[in-house]
Design a protein around this ligand. Structure first.
Ligand SMILES: [Zn+2]
Length: 185
C-alpha cells in the first residue's frame, strides 16, 4: 500500500504505540490500515461416487484442476460462500454438508476452508472462470494436475475419510517462505 484510501496521502510503515507489528499508517489523517488474512471457501461436491472438478480459466494456475472455491464476501456465511462459488464456477447447485478442512496458507495471507457437499442433480457446466467442469471418479482424480496444495490436501483427506467411514475435519498449514529456506520476518 502506498496511499491512504481515506484521504489519498502517502502512508508510512511503522508500528503504532501499543501494537506489536508494523502497519501502514497514514501520515496525514492518522488512519491505521490493518491487513488481515483473507478467507477462501470451497467444497467437494459429490454425485454418485464422483467428484465435481473445475479446470481453471484464470491465473493463478490456469489450466489446472480444483474444486469450486473462491473469496468469501461480506454478509455471507462460510456455507453460503461455498455454495455460491459452486454456482459461479461450475453452474452447480450443491447442498453444503460437514466441515472437511482448514488450510492456513501462511505465505499468501489466506485461510482456505472446505466443506463436504452433495450435488443436488447432475447439472453443471463451465462458467467464465472455468475452462471445463466434470464429474471425476475417485480413482481418476488428476493428482499431478491439481491447482493448489490445499486442493490436494483436501481431496486426500476426503477420500481417506470416505474409506474409513469418518466425518472428521482436518487442519494443516503451508508456508512457502519456510520451504524456500528463508527465515520468517
Ligand atoms: Zn489518510
Amino acid at each position: 500500500m502506498n496511499f491512504c484510501s481515506h484521504c489519498g496521502a502517502r502512508v508510512a510503515t511503522l508500528t503504532p504505540p501499543g501494537d506489536h507489528l508494523p502497519r501502514f499508517v497514514c501520515e496525514s489523517c492518522g488512519t491505521i490500515h490493518y491487513q488481515n488474512p483473507k478467507l477462501i471457501v470451497g467444497c467437494v461436491p459429490e454425485y454418485a461416487g464422483q467428484i465435481l472438478l473445475c479446470r481453471r480459466a484464470i491465473e493463478p494456475r490456469l489450466g489446472y484442476w480444483t474444486v469450486p472455491a473462491g473469496f468469501m464476501e461480506n454478509g455471507e456465511t462460510l456455507q453460503q460462500a461455498a455454495a455460491r462459488e459452486s454456482r459461479e464456477e461450475a453452474l452447480a447447485d450443491v447442498e453444503i454438508l460437514s466441515l472437511l478442512s482448514v488450510v492456513h496458507v501462511i505465505h499468501a495471507h489466506q485461510v482456505h476452508v472446505f466443506f463436504r457437499a452433495r450435488l443436488r442433480e447432475p447439472s453443471f457446466g463451465p462458467a467464465p472462470e472455468s475452462l471445463e467442469v466434470k464429474l471425476v471418479p475417485h480413482a481418476a482424480i488428476p493428482w499431478g494436475e491439481l491447482a493448489f496444495p490445499s486442493t490436494e490436501f483436501t481431496l486426500r483427506r476426503y477420500l481417506e475419510d470416505l474409506a474409513s467411514g469418518s466425518d472428521a475435519h482436518h487442519f494443516t498449514e503451508f508456508d512457502r517462505r519456510l520451504q524456500a529456506g528463508r527465515v520468517k520476518p
